[in-house]
Write a protein that binds this ligand. Structure first.
Ligand code: PXL
Length: 457
């Protein structure tokens, strides 16, 4: 459910780490709907900004007007605007607009390129800064806006007061380093109306320059403000958010690291990774000559589980299973969660004993296939005759019991063979840490398989 909305008015970063792209990721990570009004497009990577294109002014105005009119945002963030004509339009639309505005007065990129036109700084100062409820300059930007060289903590206060005199209620100066050896990074918070100031120190990380943190910070504050959180608490929470994004900063190119505000989102997207991996491996079955010879009468399923499965609903398999005739397998339907019972339960039981197993496939149990498995892998079996009657009589329990028996019986088991029962086809289950590892085992089995020798026994 979307409850809160924010608009970012800023520049696009083609490398995806800063600007509009960083803002959208941050809004999404924090559960806020993000809309964008783009002022300029940059062509850049993790090393350089190679060019910048200012959006035609009429089109910029149309984006702003159309979006604002319909969306009614809970907060607005302003980043790079680049050009004074763009700044004037923003001023005209927002000076009477009733939503908190957070201004990140970006002057240069982390890689050293100008992100504001040389002649537009006075317009930024006179027409954009006064719109802000909260402004988030770094030390360099704060020096430019206040005219004060910031060397000490006292300078921070003076500079903040000067910036508040231009209009904002709250100034947050980011990234000062005043401790001996620059071991700590200080963010300084100043609230003019409450005459309140405090700072948050974070340890300096030895990861060199990073790209995107400034935008993550200001859009995180925007998100918390959109949710109605007090500015002071929004600052504290945004600071913690950026620390985490920094902790998971990623090397996506040859230049600087890019901050990662999406750690939790990527984690919750784990199921998509599982589906994609399994689908790739299922498709590889078509390229395996004679795989069809391994398919049992009750068909094959190929499964892959999330890292921490609770039930068969956390295990992906092939919907409708895989089947074929003498020469080829039929094109199976898609990979989905919760569609396998038998193989998924076997995998859950195997995982309980050996955590490394996340994937499994069932294949025919013939004397020839069993011979190869026993020769090439650590195989185990279990005896259905020993199955307790209460397990036998409970639908779906047999396979879990059998796999546990087979794993207990021998260390390092990779493959389990079972000989079936009345009305149950004998089966071989091949386990591996990934679908790809299972495929490799199948390839080995097929390599040794002598065509024409297969028969049930
Ligand atoms: O991080 C500041 C910033 C903002 N906006 C855009 C950028 C950058 C830094 O590179 O490219 C578009």
């Amino acid at each position: 459910m979307i409850q809160y909305k924010a608009i970012s008015i800023a520049g696009s970063d083609s490398s995806g780490g800063a600007g509009i792209q960083a803002d959208l990721k941050t809004f999404s990570a924090l559960g806020v709907y993000g809309a964008t009004v783009i002022s300029a497009l940059t062509a850049q990577n993790t090393k350089t900004v190679s060019s910048l294109f200012v959006v035609p002014i009429e089109f910029f105005e149309d984006q702003l007007q159309t979006t604002l009119r319909d969306l009614r945002p809970d907060a607005i963030k302003i980043g790079v605007l680049f050009d004074k004509s763009i700044m004037r339009i923003v001023n005209a639309y927002l000076k009477k607009y009733d939503a908190p505005i957070i201004v990140d007065p970006v002057l240069i990129s982390g890689t050293g390129s100008r992100l504001i036109d040389e002649k537009s700084f006075p317009t930024l100062k006179n027409e954009i800064v006064p719109l802000a409820s909260i402004i988030t300059p770094n030390r360099y930007e704060a020096e430019h806006l206040s005219g004060i060289k910031i060397k000490t903590k006292e300078d921070l206060k003076l500079a903040s007061q000067k910036i508040c005199d231009i209009g904002p209620k709250i100034v947050i100066i980011k990234g000062g380093h005043f401790s001996p050896n620059n071991k700590k990074i200080v963010d300084y918070y100043y609230d003019k109306e409450r005459r309140e100031s405090f700072q948050i120190s974070n340890p300096k990380r030895d990861i060199g320059e990073t790209h995107g943190t400034g935008c993550n910070f200001s859009s995180a504050i925007t998100s918390f403000i959109a949710k109605g959180i007090e500015p002071k608490d929004s600052f504290i929470m945004a600071n913690a958010f950026v620390q985490k994004a920094l902790q998971y900063a990623s090397k996506i190119g040859d230049g600087v690291l890019v901050s990662n505000p999406l750690k939790d989102v990527y984690e919750s997207a784990e199921k998509y990774d599982v589906i994609s991996e399994l689908q790739k491996s299922v498709n590889h079955l078509y390229d395996m000559p004679n795989f069809v010879k391994l398919i049992p009468e009750t068909k094959t399923n190929f499964v892959y589980s999330t890292l921490d499965p609770n039930s068969i609903d956390d295990i992906a398999g092939v919907s409708g299973r895989i089947s074929g005739d003498n020469n080829h397998i039929y094109y199976p339907s898609v990979v989905k969660f919760g569609v396998s019972k038998h193989v998924a339960r076997a995998l859950l039981a195997a995982r309980n004993i050996n955590r490394k197993y996340r994937s499994a496939i069932n294949i025919r149990n013939t004397s020839e296939i069993r011979r190869i498995c026993n020769k090439m892998f650590i195989c185990s079996e279990y005896d259905r005759k020993c199955e307790p009657i209460n397990i036998k009589n409970t639908e779906g329990y047999s396979i879990g019991w059998g796999i546990s028996e087979a794993f207990k019986f021998k260390p390092g088991v990779e493959i389990v063979c079972h000989s079936g029962d009345i009305g149950k086809e004998p089966m071989i289950l091949v386990f591996g840490p990934t679908p790809n590892a299972v495929l490799k085992k199948l390839k080995i089995i097929l390599k040794h398989y002598k065509l024409g020798t297969e028969h049930y026994k």
